[in-house]
Ligand binder design. Sequence first.
Ligand code: MN
Length: 279
Amino acid sequence: MVLEKYKQKRNFTATPEPSGDLKVAAERAKKAKPEQGLFFCVQKHLASHLHYDLRLEHNGVLLSWAVPKGPSLDPSTKRLAMAVEDHPIEYGTFEGVIPAGYGAGIVMLWDGGTWVPDVEDVDAALTKGDLKFTLKGYKLKGSWVLVRTKGKWAGGGDRSWLLIKHRDEWGGDVDITEFAPLSVKSEGDFADILAQDNPGIWISHRPAQGGEAGAMFKKIVERAIEMRSSSKSSEGSEGSKGSEGKRSKGSVGAKGAKRAGVVKSVKTVAKKKRVKRTA
Ligand code: MN
């Protein structure tokens, strides 16, 4: 059944995540025109471990892979991507705090836009374990591939894939997760999302401090605050200081012309943010 695993794993009276409407999925599947672009997003998820969830719309739901190190724009850097359960299309705009249970932590909408499969038959490509596609996001663009590794990675079984950037004008050695760490929805970091989250949900669902879940969540909150202070004290933030710092390090150098688009798109995000912050 569509979204069965997604629903099994969650208690929708305790999580702010969307429950997944099967009618919405069916309607969405009917209207989809893959050649014109389908929805995609990457959600940065600070749970027991930080990871990036890549989600590609297909048949009205979001095919999902958890990428522990996040996407890399460098074609020589292959990133492990663990296939996880399909998510509802409504999940694609979700950003907030999951106070307890499966996936407890903070979800940030890190990138979003459209994707176009390079092949007509996505199901066949998935079965084959080789899906080539084009992304049109704020941070991720151009040609990519997901390749199944056939259990090469211990314990992964056939859930292990590799996410690889193809060589094109959108590739390069900019560390995109470090260069553009913030939300494309709220423009904030994890600590901002915590603070902005509906206080009602935050207080009423906050797990007891003594329990195992409570202890884990406390760690997540601490990590969110830690990540903020470390990004503010270094040049890693995508604010005005960040882009300058990266440039002086030479990452936008000789090969810069080819990467200009990437940098430009990230800079647009940064610029928007600066305008908002100074307004
Ligand atoms: Mn996740």
